[in-house]
Design a binder for this molecule. Structure first.
Ligand code: BTN
Length: 251
């Protein structure tokens, strides 16, 4: 299905405009191309299914058709808000939207996954590019909505596993966008909220870097730009700006 096969979804909170695809290769890819051709901030792409969904660290992201909210948001930060903080802001907005619809607030696993009891509920992928209009950031999230099949239940969880009834993807999307609009108006609070929401702080963790390096220690804090501060056994501390975190012991 080509890029032109989407339907508009009316009623999204200001300033968002939603294009819903039955199928697209990747909602992130679609919005990055839109950003290059001058689309303004606030364009949102959603898909029932992606044929080449992108995950963090070059991985693929695959979900059954209709089982997840697969959505990306085009942002063009005008202030000097750090892109990492903006991505965390999007994740925190999604966390609160999930809480509004299911009654459970997931934890924020550093950097931006949403988890419940160490089972993954949502993953977030941010991609930034230069455009003639300035830096564009596309933040995409895949949120499990339909109950997770039994073979994945040890590591994944979905909104329907948390809620009494079934969660509607469009309602979840609109709640997410409302929460994001509110947070973008008060960017100074993101680290405090991320600290309260964190499922990683206070845990023993292994950080796996892109270069194969792995470091073990205790996650003790976030810096002002959202880097994860880890204290090693010898008492020294190191701040990580990227990498994959493994929580080593149950919370
Ligand atoms: C992760 O690896 O945890 C991040 C996964 C991000 C997946 C979402 S689904 C919507 C958007 N479009 C993509 O191609 N990827 C993101």
């Amino acid at each position: 299905m080509s890029d032109s096969h989407w339907r508009p979804v009316d009623g999204a909170p200001d300033p968002f405009r939603v294009r819903w695809f039955e199928s697209v290769d990747s909602t992130n890819r679609y919005l990055l191309d839109g950003a290059r051709s001058g689309e303004p901030e606030g364009l949102v792409a959603v898909a029932d299914v992606q044929t080449a969904g992108r995950g963090r660290l070059g991985r693929r992201w695959e979900t059954d058709p209709g089982a997840a909210l697969l959505a990306s948001i085009l942002l063009r930060p005008t202030s000097n808000l750090d892109p990492h903080l903006l991505t965390t802001t999007v994740a925190l907005a999604l966390r609160r939207a999930v809480e509004r619809l299911t009654g459970t607030a997931p934890g924020l696993k550093w950097p931006n996954d949403l988890v419940v009891a160490d089972r993954k509920l949502a993953g977030v992928l941010a991609e930034a590019i230069p455009t003639p209009q300035g830096t564009a950031i596309v933040v995409g999230a895949g949120t499990n909505v339909k109950a997770v099949p039994s073979e994945f239940r040890d590591r994944a969880i979905a909104c329907d596993d948390l809620a009494d009834g079934s969660v509607d993807r469009q309602q979840l999307l609109f709640a997410w966008l409302e929460e994001l609009a509110a947070r973008v108006r008060r960017p100074g609070e993101v680290i405090d909220e991320a600290t309260v929401a964190s499922a990683t702080l206070g845990r023993d963790v292994r950080i796996e870097g892109h270069d194969g390096e792995a470091i073990t220690g205790r996650a003790v804090g976030l810096t002002a730009s959202g880097a994860l501060v880890v204290e090693m056994e010898d008492g020294s501390r190191r701040a990580f700006t990227a990498g994959d975190v493994v929580h080593l012991r149950p919370a």
